[in-house]
Design a protein around this ligand. Structure first.
Ligand code: IMO
Ligand code: MG
Length: 408
């Protein structure tokens, strides 16, 4: 079985935790897009790990993990991350492999990324990790892939600084090199988990362009980013939070108003620990946006949803979620492409009764308070997609499954 996990919002949905949770039943974990812009947090036995490029299956001692062709890889940051894992007792040697078609980020891309964003009339608020530069070099057909480290003419064209830098990592990078398509074929009878980064709304094609990242964070990216075809993807899961967050700039129709909803915003931000893993920035917070979520379900053919952070609402009397946009007096339920329309959109909110109980110990759907189930079932009806997994805390085991994605 091949199971794909994507973010169904603007990133930071809890993908890392869910990949780590589902990785127990996978033999291999493959990350298919993005690079060091991602920040995937995993908490095991009270110990927190923040992963940026290494797939979230690494914490299991026996799993092999792969960095896919759809990724842009910063070698320096990668080896720092691996050193951090080693210091924390995670032996990664012999378990981490990189697609020979993955692109590399050079140090100068980071400053180019920051300068370019600062010079934009409407900055995107990138993570400054060189992501957009690496993907545009790739599209220009001037990028540098892992396999190219063995292409003599290409290497001869590099300037001295880049060459010195790459020489530091060359042997180690090449020792991790694999032909991912042939590996995926070799492992075709095994369980493989595909880990997305960012989210559907940050995808270069389907997201809120130009306020997006540069990779293919949608489900289709799992195929191209791992050297397989879309027929091979058996189950596609979209992870979403019980509310909405976004980092950086760009439209967010359900964002809390910092003045009139300031208290609610701060409550959600603090209770949900909504501060960036990669940049430390306070995340923008808002009501769950069901218009955007249903769009994400459709654009990714999601088989099921994973709901995280439901426990953030434990103490609230009432919960609200956005079921339509009011755009200059017009009620809209299809997610618009136009930035002016998205910026003008006012959320039409539906109210739900709170459950006023802790969900932390809850390990089955039956045990969820009635009002929490009503919230979940409304989301399922609205999106036409079942909620198969629910997370009620940060720890690996604070999770329960209604529909196991590994079973057909
Ligand atoms: P994970 O995988 C949230 C956002 C940045 C910025 C925009 C473009 O942890 O969910 P980039 O540096 O990629 O060119 O920035 O995309 N962004 C993310 N936001 N989670 C992420 O990853 C993100 N990766 C990029 O904040 O607005
Ligand atoms: Mg993140």
């Amino acid at each position: 079985m091949k199971v794909v996990i994507i973010g169904a919002q603007w990133g930071d949905e809890g993908k890392g935790k869910i990949v780590d949770y589902l990785a127990e039943d996978a033999k291999y974990v493959v990350r298919y897009s993005g690079g060091p812009n991602a920040g995937h947090t995993i908490v095991v036995d009270g110990k927190q790990f923040a992963l940026h490029q290494v797939p979230s299956g690494i914490l299991y001692p026996e799993k092999k993990v792969f960095l896919g062709a759809g990724m842009v890889i910063d070698p320096e940051a990668l080896f720092n991350e691996l050193a951090m894992l080693k210091e924390n007792g995670i032996n990664w040697e012999g378990r981490v492999f990189i697609s020979d078609r993955a692109h590399l980020i050079l140090p100068k891309y980071r400053s180019m990324d920051k300068e370019r964003d600062a010079s934009r009339k409407r900055p995107i608020g990138t993570t400054g990790r060189g992501i957009g530069i690496a993907y545009s070099e790739k599209s220009h057909r001037d990028g540098l892939r892992l396999a190219d480290l063995d292409w003599k003419e290409k290497i001869a064209d590099l300037d001295a600084e880049d060459l010195d830098y790459l020489n530091k990592y060359r042997d180690q990078l090449l020792s991790m090199r694999v032909d991912l398509t042939s590996k995926m074929w070799e492992y075709r009878k095994d369980n493989i988990l595909f880990e997305g980064a960012q989210g559907a709304m940050l995808d270069i094609d389907s997201g809120t362009y130009p306020y997006v990242s540069s990779g293919a964070s949608c489900a289709a990216g799992a195929a191209t980013g791992c050297g397989i075809g879309p027929h091979d993807l058996d189950h596609i899961l979209g992870v979403f939070k019980a509310y909405e967050t976004r980092v950086g700039n760009g439209p967010m129709p359900t964002e809390f108003n910092e003045t009139s909803e300031g208290e609610l915003c701060q409550y959600v931000r603090d209770t949900g620990r909504e501060y960036g893993v990669t940049t430390g920035r306070a995340r923008r917070c808002g009501y769950l946006d069901l218009v955007a979520l249903r769009y994400a379900c459709r654009v990714n053919s999601l088989d099921s949803l994973v709901l995280t952070h439901l426990d953030i609402y434990d103490e609230m009397d009432q919960i609200e979620a956005c079921v339509a946009y009011d755009i200059n007096g017009k009620i809209v339920t299809d997610f618009p492409a136009n930035v002016d329309e998205l910026n003008a959109a006012k959320p039409v909110l539906q109210k739900f009764q709170g459950w006023k109980a802790s969900l932390k110990e809850c390990r089955s759907y039956k045990k969820l308070p009635k009002n929490a189930r009503a919230y979940v079932e409304f989301i399922e009806d609205y999106t036409g997609t079942p909620v198969g997994i629910i997370s009620v805390g940060y720890e690996r085991d604070e999770t329960f499954v209604r529909k196991n994605p590994w079973k057909k």
